[in-house]
Design a protein around this ligand. Structure first.
Ligand code: GLU
Length: 412
């Protein structure tokens, strides 16, 4: 696979939408760079007594529509251009799903699986020590992303409280329920994605019981698979970082999850064929769901994809060149900034509950989330039809227009 610079891809997507919008040059220039970048060195005392220094970033891309908002990822492949792209995509996503936020993203270069729990906690707390003056409920609101959990968010909120002398749960979302988390937040991204799957499958006229392959079995992929099966789709393939499994007759997701818990992998699940991650993307299925990392679908393998519909649950899984190939082949790509926006929409619901101090039931939260997803789908579809373009460009046109309006209203 080619090494792709995600920020270049993001800027290409921005240019495509800006062209249709005939966006003024000033606004385009503002959107081509993040507003602020924090780059920190994080010294952590390891269990063996030595100090190890980790690199961390927070990119605050745009805050025209509200505080910067977006997750923090812990991954060995994190780099500045990736975080810049992810922060830009958050700005777009928050405008597509229409929550009053700008966009941000952060990350630490680390493989958290190689740290003890104590080391992970010290790393998380130290990161907050270094950035706490630049975040806050009305400034920048982090959340979980790849390899970060409610437990990590709890340590961070606690550290923020110690440093500021105030317990302000609205500073970070995706927290455990016991400290101001929201009902429904954990499954929210998968839940929202399945709402989009249902709407898109119906618009694409897929038959009931359409087959689905999911690449990536973290928080997002596993909830998505479970809820898609519940909604009547036939999930036939799943994969994690170690490889995947394929069963043309369909999988029982709960049983597969149990198996993964016991063995640590999906591979070898009885009655299935082992497939590599690359092969999973090319299986003869109706719907393909990339739910792992960026740039899984590139120009070359885009030619071999057989699905009719792609629901992007990862951020940035398809490169701009692959988009061109897929569009030409009549394959619908429902972009990340729409499909996985249920996570941040529910982060918004968590934040409003924290700020008001009044909490909703799971049913209430999921009902509100369903409305956000339905609205976002309806609005993107309308732009897609109006401009006869692909869904990504439609989502970007909708979002950039909204961000540009806010920039103009506030004055440059
Ligand atoms: N990390 C998630 C995303 O990429 C959620 C961000 C948030 O809730 O702020 O959308």
């Amino acid at each position: 696979m080619e090494k792709i610079n995600s920020f270049k891809s993001a800027m290409q997507q921005l240019d495509n939408a800006a062209k249709v919008l005939k966006l003024d040059k000033e606004i385009l220039a503002i959107l081509r760079q993040p507003k602020r970048i924090l780059s920190v060195s994080i010294p952590v005392r390891m269990d063996n007594g030595e100090i190890k220094v980790f690199q961390g970033f927070r990119v605050q891309y745009n805050d025209a529509r509200g505080p910067f908002k977006g997750g923090l990822r812990f991954h060995p492949q994190v780099d500045m251009d990736e975080v810049k792209a992810l922060a830009f995509w958050m700005s777009i996503k928050n405008a597509v799903v229409d929550v009053p936020y700008g966009g941000g993203k952060g990350g630490i270069i680390v493989d958290p699986k190689k740290l003890s729990k104590g080391e992970l906690e010290r790393l998380s707390r130290k990161f907050i020590d270094l950035i706490y003056k630049d975040i806050g409920p009305h400034v920048d609101v982090p959340a979980p992303d790849v390899n970060t959990t409610p437990e990590i968010m709890a340590w961070m909120v606690d550290e923020y409280a110690k440093l500021t002398g105030r317990f302000e749960p609205a500073v970070i979302t995706g927290k455990p329920l016991s400290m101001g988390g929201s009902q429904g937040r954990e499954e929210a991204t998968g839940f929202g994605g399945v709402e989009i799957l249902k709407a898109a499958a119906s618009a694409r006229k897929l038959k009931r019981g359409a087959s689905v392959a999911v690449s990536g079995f973290g928080n997002v992929g596993s909830f998505f698979a479970r809820l898609a099966a519940k909604a009547g789709f036939k999930v036939v393939a799943l994969s994690d970082s170690k490889g995947g499994i394929y069963a043309p007759k369909g999988l029982n997701i709960e049983k597969v999850e149990e198996y993964k818990k016991q063995t640590g992998a999906l591979k070898g699940y009885p009655g299935t064929i082992d497939v590599t991650n690359e092969k999973l993307l090319e299986l003869p299925v109706d719907v393909l769901v990339p739910a792992a990392l960026e740039n899984q679908i590139q120009k070359n393998n885009a030619k071999r994809i057989k699905a009719k519909l792609i629901i992007e649950m990862a951020n940035g899984p398809t490169t701009p060149k692959a988009d061109v190939v897929l569009h030409r082949r009549g394959i619908w790509v429902i972009p990340d900034v729409l499909s996985n926006s249920g996570g941040v929409a529910t982060s918004y619901l968590e934040w409003t509950q924290n700020l008001s101090g009044y909490y909703w039931s799971r049913e209430e939260v999921l009902k509100k989330l369903t409305a956000y997803m339905a609205n976002a789908w309806k609005n993107v579809l309308a732009v897609q039809r109006q401009h006869k373009t692909d869904f990504r460009n439609a989502a970007f046109i909708l979002a950039i227009n909204r961000i540009a309006e806010a920039i103009r209203a506030r004055g440059v």
